[in-house]
Write a protein that binds this ligand. Structure first.
Ligand SMILES: Cc1ncc(COP(=O)(O)O)c(C=O)c1O
Length: 456
């Protein structure tokens, strides 16, 4: 039998030429977006003032299983893709587990995460449409950095609203984004009406992704030749991220490896949705029985403690309504160290798959996450992002279970990025000052009270 190498690398020629769309495989597609004024499903025209035309088409496409990746996007991808799929031999040994552990590493580009996979596609379509400006939000900073890189490459002006607490925790993120040519504004800010309103109501707030989205959307609507772009949650972002799963499957297939468990961290659901797409498509067609696990922070538990309801994507309540697992757009997550997972909602695709019983969700506390991250970096070398480390935690827990049962399961997880900008978090963990935040039921009720009453 061929020995499986530490790194399964694909050649440039093997870079997928199509993204895979999970929706046509689902028995029932996720509910359509609802216009919050008419309470009717959103049409492409409803979305046109905010989003790029091609992205709207992809967003509403529940039919085509494969969508071509344009050559210009593939050429950009080739600078950092195919990304490595690594067999975690060293971690397996340290855990003393009979399980096989693999991780798909998306942190090999400067932005340090998978976010670039969608950023380059979104900016390419904006450029094709003749747009000159884009706005966005960023939590951890990875999406803002990725979009800055893509905008720098295609020559598009970019404003990034960065969640204030993350901007304070990671000042060098701002420097990187500015180097690529973007403007970075900590959110909430006084540059928008919605920002001023949020600040007036809650002056000490550290912000949230929901606030930053509201601000970025407001600016895009008020700026000529400008659109808003989002780094997660939406169907087209999950579509672009399917490149992660397609490459993973191709790599595993080369060695005849079939996963038993596939694990991803879940903030807005894009890396998880993308990683699982080809495996889930097969599961939906009855070709496998893989166990999928979404991992979220205990401090922001949208899948494990949220409600499956129509909700706004932003705190200012300006987006279309999406049916998703949500803590309510008014939920203010505590300032934990995984900025990219501090979002009140979840991708409608991931939410629907979870609601239909196609996957499990687990929440984990941040000290346990950093314990896993520390062990991982000592064994495998790579310093993982706190977000990614949620997946590491559960992969390790599953491998430890295998040690106890003697099962030789194949565990695959998404290592979405690196943690070089998260060293304040590592420092807090190392010094023993990191604390866990778990919202009480009362805290959650306050968020649920902000859910809109939707008759659809
Ligand atoms: C490294 C990393 N992993 C995961 C996430 C979570 O996002 P998503 O659930 O859309 O993949 C983020 C978001 O910022 C991130 O930066």
């Amino acid at each position: 039998m061929t020995k499986i190498p530490y790194k399964i690398n694909l050649s440039e020629d093997e870079l997928p030429k199509y993204w895979q769309n999970i929706r046509p495989y689902m028995q029932e597609a996720p509910d359509p977006f609802i216009n919050p004024v008419t309470f009717k499903p959103c049409t492409a025209d409803d979305l046109r003032p905010v989003f790029c035309d091609e992205l709207i088409e992809q967003e509403l496409d529940n039919t085509n299983k494969f969508i071509e990746i344009q050559e210009e996007i593939r050429d950009f991808y080739k600078m950092y893709r195919p990304s490595p799929l690594t067999r975690a031999y060293n971690l397996e040994k340290a855990l003393g587990t009979p399980a096989e552990i693999y991780y798909k590493f998306e942190g090999t580009n400067t932005s340090g995460s998978h976010k670039l996979n969608s950023a380059v596609a979104q900016v390419y379509y904006a450029k094709q449409q003749g747009l000159t400006h884009l706005t966005t939000e960023t939590g951890a900073g990875q999406w803002g950095t990725a979009l800055s890189m893509a905008c720098g490459y295609f020559g598009i002006d970019l404003s990034v609203y960065m969640v204030k607490v993350s901007a304070e925790q990671k000042p060098y993120r701002k420097a990187v984004m500015e180097t690529y040519g973007a403007r970075v504004i900590p959110s909430p800010s006084d540059t928008t009406e919605v920002g001023r309103r949020i600040l007036a109501e809650n002056p000490g707030t550290g912000g949230s992704l929901g606030c930053a989205i509201s601000e970025a959307m407001e600016v895009s609507m008020k700026t000529d030749n400008c659109r808003y772009v989002l780094g997660s949650v939406l169907n087209h972002v999950v579509l672009h991220q399917s490149i992660i799963g397609l490459e993973t499957k191709l790599g595993l297939d080369k060695y005849g490896v079939q996963p038993d468990i596939v694990i991803g961290c879940a903030g807005g659901g894009s890396n998880l949705g993308g990683l699982i797409t080809p495996f889930m498509a097969d599961k939906l067609e009855g070709k496998n029985n893989i166990h999928f696990i979404a991992v979220e922070p205990a401090s922001c538990p949208s899948l494990t403690r949220g409600r499956y309801a129509f909700d706004f994507g932003d705190t200012g309540q300006t987006t279309p309504l999406m049916r998703m697992y949500t803590l309510g757009s008014g939920f203010m997550p505590s300032p934990n160290h995984s900025g990219g997972l501090r979002y009140h909602g979840m991708s409608p695709i991931v939410s629907k798959l979870y609601h239909d019983g196609m996957m499990e969700a687990r929440s984990v506390e941040q000290t346990k996450v950093f314990e896993a991250a520390t062990m991982f970096c000592r064994c495998e070398g790579t310093l993982p992002a706190p977000e990614s480390s949620h997946a590491i935690r559960v992969a390790m827990d599953e491998a430890i279970k295998c040690r106890e049962t003697g099962e030789k399961k194949v565990i695959v997880f998404g290592l979405t990025g690196t943690g070089y900008f998260d060293l304040a978090a590592y420092q807090a963990y190392n010094q023993g000052t990191m604390v866990d935040y778990v919202p009480t039921d009362e805290d959650l009720e306050k968020g649920f009270a902000t859910l809109p009453k939707v008759e659809y």
